[in-house]
Write a protein of this length. Structure first.
Length: 317
């Protein structure tokens, strides 16, 4: 842990309490920015469809109210506003992880097939993952100079220690707030991997909590989308392939729930096959999504069982 950085974060803990009205004013400043970015996520990830039981505005309001109630000095709200102003790329990434985490939590809870009553029961858990996603990298931000602790390839030992310290920074700040324990634990564990080579605790397998596992996948996917401009990265079949390849580092059941969550929503849509022909998608093959069941020229085919090299190339708009 970078002791000096941690001390600077500790110094941010204020003693002055604000009235509820004053904190509400801070919340209403953040709300439109948060809603705008969640709306942008909806367009950026068009096949990550959140439940219609709750609108994006309702989710943004619920998240902002948790942040407002977390302390008496509006510190978290102010930090997020400062990040938005001085480190906008970090704010965008955090909003994306917030959105993806809510989607993945809904898939983990099987919300697409849930009743309204069941959704209401699980809604706080979904929103808590949204809060965790929004705050997961707050420790990267250095408020005294408005900069972000950078990540780069081939870091020195000192640089790596400083970068990895952002998780400890976040934990040191958030554990003093009135936040659900799963939010804080998830943020502390969002860089842990199943092989035990993550940080800061080198946890293995099931020692990583569900919130940490979800945040890790959401963070990975958001970074993967940010780093490359290849158009295929917006194709759900390409995304499913990449996610399936990450099961050494991330929970395989959650990865499957993630990609099956958006692939199942494509049933009935047109897909382009590897020979250039167009077919209708009838069902999804969990193990080999590109070898799913299709309808081609009025006939049904299971591409996995057919003796053919034919496979699904991409979704057609």
């Amino acid at each position: 842990m970078d002791y000096n950085t941690m001390q600077r974060f500790e110094s941010l803990i204020r003693t002055k309490q604000l009235s509820e009205q004053e904190r509400e004013e801070h919340r209403t400043q953040l709300l439109p920015f948060l809603l705008a970015e969640l709306t942008a996520c909806q367009k950026r990830f068009p096949f990550l469809i959140l439940s219609e039981y709750s609108t994006l505005e309702e989710r943004a309001v619920a998240i902002s109210k948790i942040l407002m109630d977390a302390d008496q000095d509006a510190q978290l709200l102010d930090l997020l506003l400062q990040i938005k102003e001085q480190a906008n790329s970090l704010f965008l990434h955090s909003a994306q992880v917030c959105y993806i985490s809510m989607f993945l939590k809904e898939q983990e809870l099987n919300i697409p097939s849930a009743s309204t009553k069941q959704f209401k029961l699980y809604y706080p858990d979904i929103i808590h993952l949204g809060v965790a996603g929004l705050l997961h990298d707050i420790g990267k931000f250095l408020p005294q100079n408005g900069t972000v602790i950078p990540y780069k390839e081939n870091m020195t030992a000192t640089e790596k220690q400083r970068y990895r310290g952002h998780v400890i920074n976040s934990n040191g700040l958030l554990k003093k707030k009135r936040l659900d324990g799963n939010i804080i634990q998830g943020i502390l564990q969002h860089h842990e991997t199943l092989d035990g080579r993550g940080f800061p605790l080198n946890l293995h397998g099931d020692r990583i909590g569900i919130a940490g596992k979800i945040l890790a996948i959401a963070d990975y996917y958001a970074h993967w989308m940010e780093q490359y401009k290849d158009p295929e990265r917006t194709d759900p079949f390409a995304v499913a392939y990449i996610l399936r390849s990450q099961n050494i580092l991330y929970d395989s059941e959650l990865l499957k729930k993630f990609y099956m969550g958006f692939l199942n929503a494509l049933i009935g849509k047109e897909v382009l096959l590897s020979d250039g022909t167009t077919a209708k998608l009838l069902s999804i093959n969990e193990k080999q999504p590109r070898k799913s069941r299709i309808e081609l020229q009025g006939k049904q085919y299971n591409l996995e069982k057919e003796e053919t090299t034919l496979e699904i190339r991409k979704l057609l708009e």
